[in-house]
Design a protein around this ligand. Sequence first.
Ligand SMILES: [Fe+2]
Ligand SMILES: [Fe+2]
Length: 185
Amino acid sequence: MARAKQKESAGGRAQDAIALLKADHRQVEEWFEQFEKARDSDRKQKLATQICNALKVHTTIEEEIFYPAFLEATDDTDLHHEAVVEHNGAKKLIAEIEGSSPDDDYFDAKVTVLSEMIKHHVKEEEQRDGLFSKARDSDMDLDALGEQLAARKAELEGDEEDVEGTPPGGGRKSRGEEGRLMKGR
Ligand SMILES: [Fe+2]
Ligand SMILES: [Fe+2]
């Protein structure tokens, strides 16, 4: 068997940093599209929550891990600072969406504008000469960063689940464990 070089194929492990961040982008884009088509309030609420949670995790891992490594490796303060400012704009809108509901007249507009902001931001990251391509051209260790991003992401997603009660996938994760703890053994 040839060594499955770096990438997965079976276990879905070991994405490099850029592959991981791009996969996040695609996931959120898909949810935005579904939101656009959604009609009933429950569905809209569910998608908006998924989108906001995913974006909070994504912006956090970029800001904690990827962006500082990018700045260190490239000294490109313009690209770095613009990305951070765009994150801050998105976070304000995310907070507004979280503070409202599909009953709010402006709910759909807020989600649509967030989607446009994110589309613009993702383009800045992914386009030719954008942040990701400059990262690729630098000496950043994208494999090591990929591992760090994945670990921090898993940790943050765990926190979201604790807050929300049920994970987006509709899981029943730690229920059994909770039960065991309750029995006091
Ligand atoms: Fe991103
Ligand atoms: Fe970003």
